[in-house]
Ligand binder design. Structure first.
Ligand code: ZN
Length: 458
């Protein structure tokens, strides 16, 4: 949970809530239908589809085609940029080659004008003519233009590298076969029949197949082109679009399931109970669901016991071949609702919020699992959203204590707001807990499947 005001003031009759709950449970695919099934393609949100990456028919690109080796430190320096940040090993005086994927990306030709109308999945917003982006891009310190052998158009703005969305389109075109690229006002769409990416200048929200991701830095424009930070490309977009190339992915057969809080630490005080109790029940359901799918499971707590955050980390780090899933329920205003999944803020990036233990403005807490973390978070968020009808609050970054020390892929899942009476009733139901637990377990299967090629290479 977050800290936040607790309000029980809004009373809604239980009968009415049960009715609402039954309706939403009766059509578990409703949310997915609303989203036109697109996000089901992210990590097999439906649980049946193949991971999106190895595009059928097209040869799978070799790892060198990655935009940048997913090293633990992104070294976001441009030619002669004065990187202000101080990454641990940033001797990165590097000139541009470091960030160029020195391979023949398929279609590095300059993007043409958008040819087609936006896909129905990308409804056209009312165009706001000639909006001035809220982001200053005057402080340009360097630029690498795309060439025949290098699709990346990289601009150093204020000491941070950005890449044009156009060059992202070009780089991933062999995988996704983009049929449209459209910039209108502050809005940008990249479209294919498998993937729709939507971005907005000045915003940190990025929609990929309608799943909401929170960028580390807002989208900016320069010279009429929209750009995202190179760090977001490397640490967010690439792991999602190309999970089979995540470096450092390790094989796992065990899941450490961490029920948040416990004992005197009750967590969020919900309308129908404490967060710690809901989290424990959900963890038990998740254990059952994971075991049914062939995983070994370790619970950090199986009773109402207090365990320090450090204790949880230490348990997780002792379990070989494992990933880590921490389960929480959220707190906020009485109307706040929805699920969100948190991954550790990558190195040199901004956290989505400035809370969470161990918050560090310099953002030096990212770990070697940055790419796997975001992939796991996306797999879980996608699968849960395609299973239950809940609000998508996005995939976010924070330096939660429990994530900073974990040496394996790990995420923190917030399964709804216990401070919202309607949602708390849902959370308190066995049905919801089982359904969400099964969705998370399916997501773990999807995640492992998507990363298997990367694991196999090790
Ligand atoms: Zn919590």
């Amino acid at each position: 949970m977050f800290s936040g005001s607790l309000s029980n003031s809004r009373f809604v009759s239980a009968a009415a809530l049960v009715a609402v709950f039954m309706i939403s449970q009766a059509s578990p695919l409703h949310a997915e239908e609303e989203k036109k099934g697109f996000f089901s393609k992210i990590f097999g949100g439906k649980g049946e589809e193949k991971p999106p990456v190895p595009a059928e028919g097209k040869s799978e690109p070799e790892s060198p085609e990655k935009p940048q080796p997913a090293s633990s430190s992104p070294k976001p320096t441009t030619a002669k940029s004065t990187a202000k940040s101080t990454p641990a090993k940033s001797t990165a005086k590097t000139t541009t080659p470091a960030k160029k994927p020195e391979t023949k990306p398929a279609a590095p030709k300059v993007a043409d004008k958008p040819k087609e109308a936006p896909n129905p999945a990308a409804p056209t917003p009312a165009p706001k003519p000639a909006e001035k982006p809220a982001v200053m891009t005057t402080n340009v310190r360097g630029e690498v233009k795309p060439s025949a052998s290098n699709p990346w158009h990289i601009i150093d703005i204020g000491g941070r590298d950005y890449v044009t969305l156009e060059s992202i389109r070009n780089f991933y075109n062999p995988l996704f076969g983009f049929t449209g690229f459209r910039e209108q006002g502050n809005h940008i769409w990249l479209m294919s029949n498998k993937l729709v990416i939507k971005a907005q200048v000045g915003s940190q929200e990025l929609l990929m197949n309608n799943m909401k991701f929170i960028l580390s830095f807002p989208v900016v424009t320069h010279g009429g082109k929209a750009l995202i930070s190179r760090l977001d490309l490397v640490k967010l977009v690439d792991p999602i679009l190309n999970p089979s190339h995540i470096q450092g992915a390790e094989y796992f057969d065990t899941v450490v399931v961490d029920a948040g809080h416990g004992g005197h630490d009750v967590g969020a005080r919900g309308v129908y109970g404490y967060e710690k109790d809901f989290a424990l029940k959900m963890a038990q359901h998740l254990r059952t669901a994971l075991m049914a799918r062939g995983f070994k499971v370790v619970l950090t707590r199986s009773t109402d016991a207090f365990i320090s955050l450090g204790g949880r980390v230490s348990i997780a780090n002792q379990i070989p071949n494992s990933i880590f899933i921490s389960l929480h329920l959220n707190s906020g205003g009485s109307t706040a609702s929805g699920i969100e999944t948190w991954a550790l803020t990558p190195q040199n990036a901004a956290a989505t919020i400035s809370r969470g233990g161990g918050y560090n403005m310099n953002g030096t807490t990212g770990n070697k699992q940055d790419s796997a973390n975001i992939a796991l978070a996306s797999a879980i968020q996608a699968r849960v959203l395609s299973t239950v009808k809940v609000v998508d609050r996005g995939i976010k970054r924070a330096q939660w204590s429990v994530l900073t020390g974990i040496k394996k892929p790990g995420i923190l899942f917030e399964g709804g707001f216990v401070t919202n009476a309607k949602e708390c009733l849902l959370i308190a139901s066995d049905n919801y807990q089982r359904t969400v637990a099964a969705a998370i377990a399916d997501a773990v299967v999807n995640y492992r499947k998507a990363l298997e090629p990367a694991m196999a290479r090790r």
